[in-house]
Design a binder for this molecule. Structure first.
Ligand code: PMV
Length: 314
């Protein structure tokens, strides 16, 4: 039996603009996906929370499946790409997630990274983090049509990374700010549809380019504040980034209202991911009180810490 942990990913700065060539900063966290793999006479993928049951038929490269359709498409695509990269493996996989699916904590990226890593581990193959990131990005592209390499790279490589695309490159941000709280709001819409709406807005209104440029500048400034551990600066830039995302139409009143009433307890906060609800990342100022307020107002939340390592056997 092999066990693999693939970290979830929190987008700290720059989502959406990263799709248009601006930089972004994202962090791997200590909550994510665990994949168990055991050789068997057929290939099965099971997961408790997402109610998925999948049997992969190697001879025809297809699957018999029940359950969460979107989740299944990532699992099937990861199995196909693993098979063509590493060879045939018949095994039973079990996926456990710390997050509900489709909330914007990169569960799809972590599932792709975790399944590929577990598949290779079960075959006794050691795969380098950069190679893993590349294969997992292929899964995301196959399923979503368009996706930046940010989430898969961060889950595969770990730490806080500054990501640039076209061509893809990254560097580690030596952040001394490593504790966040993620509030989990109901999500309205899928990443791919929200990304498509932003694309359509950008095509209609040339002023949107200036918003993308401004987000890129926030990322540059945030990098040095993360490195110097300047909580006030990071919090303020999170707020600015959130308003800029609001101008792109992806931040709803639920998020704005929540950030306003949490203000005394946080340095700042913003959506993390495509938006329209989903994950809101909070930089705590008075952490215990913040948790009490979230509990009292029935907002589900997860406490996370930055995870320096990427996907790995555990
Ligand atoms: O909602 P998520 O966690 O899948 O994040 C999407 C991030 C975007 O920048 C909006 C899209 C992308 O591919 O980078």
């Amino acid at each position: 039996m092999f066990r693999v942990f693939a970290p979830g990913v929190v987008k700290l700065f720059g989502e959406h603009a990263v799709v248009y060539g601006r930089p972004a900063i994202a962090a791997a966290v200590n909550k994510g996906i665990e994949v168990l793999c055991e050789k068997s006479d057929k290939t099965i993928v099971r997961t408790g929370k997402a109610y998925v049951d999948l049997e992969y038929i190697h001879d025809v490269g297809t699957a018999l499946a029940r359950g969460h359709e979107r989740f299944l498409s990532y699992a099937i695509s990861a199995l196909k790409i693993a098979e063509s990269s590493f060879g045939v493996l018949k095994a039973s996989f079990e996926i456990k997630s710390d997050f509900p699916p489709s909330i914007g904590a990169a569960t799809s990226a972590s599932v792709s990274v975790g399944l590929l890593k577990a598949y290779a581990a079960c075959l006794g193959i050691e795969i380098a983090p950069e190679e893993l990131a590349k294969l997992a990005h292929k899964v995301e592209l196959e399923v979503q049509g368009a996706a930046s390499p940010m989430d898969t790279a961060v889950s595969a490589i770990g730490g806080v990374l500054r990501i640039e695309t076209n061509p893809f490159r990254y560097r580690r941000v030596n952040s001394s700010i490593n504790d966040f709280i993620l509030a989990l709001l109901p999500r309205r819409g899928l990443t791919k549809d929200i990304v498509a709406d932003v694309k359509a807005l950008k095509a209609r209104r040339r002023s949107v380019d200036a918003i993308m440029d401004a987000i890129g500048r926030v990322v540059d400034e945030a990098e040095s504040c993360l490195e110097s551990g300047d909580l006030v600066c990071v919090g303020e830039l999170m707020e600015i980034n959130n308003w800029l995302l609001g101008a792109l139409g992806v931040v709803g009143y639920d998020v704005i209202t929540m950030l306003r009433y949490l203000k005394p307890y946080i340095y700042g906060g913003k959506i993390s991911g495509a938006g329209r609800g989903g994950v809101v990342v909070l930089l705590p100022r008075r952490k215990e009180e913040l948790k009490e307020v979230l509990l009292a107002t029935d907002v589900p939340f997860v406490e996370v810490k930055v995870e320096a390592a990427g996907a790995r056997a555990i």
